[in-house]
Ligand binder design. Sequence first.
Ligand code: AMP
Length: 283
Amino acid sequence: MEIFYSNVNLSQKLLACKQPNQSIGFVPTMGALHQGHLSLIETALLDNDIVVVSIFVNPTQFNNIHDLKSYPKTLEEDVKKIESLSSSKVLIFAPTVEDIYGSSVKSSKFDFGGLEFQMEGEFRPGHFDGVATVVRRLFEIVQPHIAYFGEKDFQQLQIIKKLVTIMKANIKIVSCPIARESNGLAMSSRNMRLSSSDKDLASKIYFVLKNVKEQFATNDINTINQWVKTQFEMDDTLKLEYFHISEESTLSPTTTIMANTKYRAFLAAYIRDVRLIDNIALN
Ligand code: AMP
């Protein structure tokens, strides 16, 4: 398994790979890998000759210093997990902060046409500037043909599609379904900070989303919004931060349904200081 800690070494290797027209797939991650990440890597392995997996906890996308400091770092285990999928076709890229940012650890400013101000953008100001800054830099280093992102972070996925347009880059973005625990909880590196009873409580998030999907066929959105609020008022361990039914393309919350439009329900909630997000396609 080849691990690259500097972009210069990775670029040299990729240059050699690209000569015989090999296709390069790319899976950016922040590490602490779970089955959700591995499913992206598996899909990338099916489509490409070489798959680059980056492992980099990007400081500029955290707006909460405690969240950044407590983010799990498990490089050794991550390497073993990737190795169990393929040791010959995957290159791991684990750069330093300096490799990505040089001496100035700052985000660039982006205009994503309003996508960046909804939901996560409202509650995590500057988050998507941080995400786009690191992904743009990683795209420049890796120059992939195809990059893989999870629907778990659906807003991020839409923003990355827009970023590729802004960059005028010839990179195909592939979206991958949400991997879940057996109780329905969306897999997340942050789940490592939950006890098993927390995980039981957190399974309510998916229970609510599934129920919303059923209600979407018959109930109006104001009624659904009220029902969701009530579900979270029953218990103060799991605190709702936001719930929205939004159009997939604009991510704008809506209370009226239009024909030929795709909608998703989005939810963020806290268990103590652990923040969880999830979403579900409604039609
Ligand atoms: P992260 O390490 O959290 O930055 O995630 C890296 C990539 O894995 C992103 O594209 C995420 O959307 C994706 N991802 C994270 N969790 C899941 C999941 N449960 N199912 C599918 N993809 C996921």
